[in-house]
Ligand binder design. Structure first.
Ligand SMILES: [Zn+2]
Length: 418
């Protein structure tokens, strides 16, 4: 039994994920933050496997582990693939890593056969996506997309270590010039494909091992502050109250109702609090967060306007003040129709019904979409679809199918720049 044999790729991918999971910032949980010793150990593992798979590899100026499997034709365009290898706190071992390990396994198979592709294949282990240490987002992929935020270099982690110093300590040049030089030339690219565990229950519930992503939903986030009148919980009659928390509760239900009205639309109040609240005081103030996403921007933005109108109506009716502050608005990143169709054909050829679904979670592909055309292959997540959790799981059989589909895809991406 040879680990580069086609029918062994799934098992090999899961084995590599297990090995990487041995490195953690915390002894009893899988936590790998940007540029910690565990992070560097994971990078070293990826580096070794990329080399063994026949790739030329290097670590770039933001710590990405980049492997290149050259096409026979040196003038061929570059097909990029990859995902992130950092984790959330107490995360799962397949989130992100699957999208690096799977291409490595597939390249090792190609290399063992002596087969070259119509495109140069660049496998990127993105060093940072989860934002755990520096509260950044897409730090690593933004560098390749030419969108790195220069101010990040001065941002400090929880221990007061600026990003610049953390980079220097990891042996990276830590200069803005070295990072901006990482920006890829879109003229040289054939596109980007990211393989990722679904991180949700949709494929599992449909009994499908794989899914073709249609778009990556962009979040719109707001912070709502409701101001009523604090008062004595015993002496103020119900009809005379201006209870900020009761108003917020009604708003929350209105958000839930409105966001249940379109298939890809989701709305969440993830934080809800009564600052300085007490058992015997009518809440004078309540704060909550709103996160609304959908498969396309018009669907999301229509929901957002309705949610704002509904919350304002509730505030007016209850005689409380409402302040809404928009904290984030990321546009949706649609996947490229041509790449999506090719991927769907490959899924069908593997004997799986090509089911299309949006991604509610953000991914590196979302940032790379600003640079070149992207597509994503989702792999079924076990355990009810749980992710960002040590219970995250997937099967070798699903990894095997995904590897075969990926192999088919990279053999058929046109060797001409898009
Ligand atoms: Zn991820």
């Amino acid at each position: 039994m040879n680990p580069t044999d086609l029918d062994q790729l799934g098992a090999r991918i899961l084995q590599m994920a297990d090995q990487l999971a041995a490195h953690s910032d915390q002894p009893d949980a899988l936590t790998v933050a940007y540029l910690t010793p565990a992070h560097r150990a994971v990078a070293a593992g990826l580096q070794r496997w990329m080399r063994e798979a026949g790739m030329q590899m290097h670590i770039d100026a933001v710590g990405n582990v980049v492997g290149r499997y050259a096409a026979a034709d040196p003038t061929a365009p570059v097909l990029m693939t990859g995902s992130h290898f950092d984790t959330v706190r107490n995360g799962g071992k397949y989130d992100g890593r699957l999208g690096i390990l799977l291409p490595i396994a597939v390249v090792s198979h190609l290399h063992a056969r002596g087969e070259r592709l119509p495109c140069h294949l660049e496998v990127v282990g993105f060093a940072e996506e989860e934002g755990l240490r520096f509260r950044s987002s897409f730090l690593a992929s933004s560098a390749l997309a030419g969108q790195f935020d220069a101010q990040l270099l001065d941002r400090a982690d929880a221990d007061g270590v600026p990003l610049r110093d953390a980079m220097r300590a990891a042996g990276l040049p830590a200069t803005l010039e070295s990072i901006t030089a990482l920006a890829r030339d879109p003229q040289r690219l054939a596109g980007f494909i990211e393989v990722h565990i679904e991180q949700g229950p949709v494929l599992l519930e449909r009994g499908l091992p794989l899914g073709v992503v249609t778009s990556i939903a962009g979040s719109l986030r707001m912070v709502a502050t409701v101001t009523g009148v604090a008062g004595h919980a015993g002496t103020t009659p119900m009809a005379m109250r201006k209870d900020a928390a009761a108003a917020a509760a009604e708003m929350l239900l209105a958000i839930e109702r409105r966001c249940s009205q379109a298939p890809t639309l989701v709305g969440t109040v993830g934080m809800l609090g009564v600052p300085n609240g007490a058992t015997n005081v009518i809440p004078g103030r309540c704060e909550f967060s709103i996160d609304i996403r959908a498969g396309d921007d018009p669907t999301r933005d229509a929901a957002v306007s309705d949610v704002i109108a509904a919350c304002e109506a509730i505030a007016a009716q209850r005689g409380v003040a409402l302040e809404l502050q928009r904290t984030m608005r990321v546009p949706c990143a649609p996947c490229a129709p041509a790449l999506m169709d090719l991927l769907a054909q490959c899924v069908a050829r593997a004997g799986v019904a090509p089911y299309r679904l949006p991604s509610g979670a953000g991914h590196d592909a979302m940032m790379i979409q600003r640079l070149t055309e992207v597509c994503m292959l989702f792999v079924r997540c076990g355990n009810g679809g749980i992710s960002h959790n040590p219970l995250e799981t997937m099967t070798a059989a699903d990894a095997q199918l995904a590897a075969q589909v990926f192999l088919d895809f990279i053999r058929h991406v046109p060797g001409t720049p898009r």
